[in-house]
Write a protein that binds this ligand. Sequence first.
Ligand SMILES: [Zn+2]
Length: 164
Amino acid sequence: MQKPQSEKITKIHLTKEKLREVCGEQIFSRGFEYVCSKDLRKRVVFKNSLFAEVRGNYGVYKTQLLVAGDKIYPSCTCPAEMYFCKHAVALGLTWIKEPQSFLNVEDLLKSLKSKTKAELIDIIRQMVVKSQNVLSVFGIKEFEDYNDEEEEEYFDDEDNEMER
Ligand SMILES: [Zn+2]
């Protein structure tokens, strides 16, 4: 018997070799510290992206890896100035080792199909109470995530520098 989850997991074709090639030996080995660690939490997979929070030396960082075919695009809120940081490496390696430890958002969304409208509205209510930032999905500008905007700019700048 095959678990329904396993077919989705293969959507991200990530190998250790590929990761090492993209980020370089030094950063690659520095990532080991957090691989499958308790400090790498809230592991999520959604389509071809991986997300997690990492408790680092100076705070909690949001780390993300987008895998598009042969390309890997990292992003992280940590202060490291490298394009690829050790947290993003750890996220990728943790995915390779323990894919079952990631929450699959597509599965979660599927499970919502059986909910009634009233149940869904209640879920939305709970989300709004938990974080007012979610109000931005309704197109309410005032609630758009301030930090996200800043982060995007930051990463754009870095991308440009990489191309130069
Ligand atoms: Zn980082």
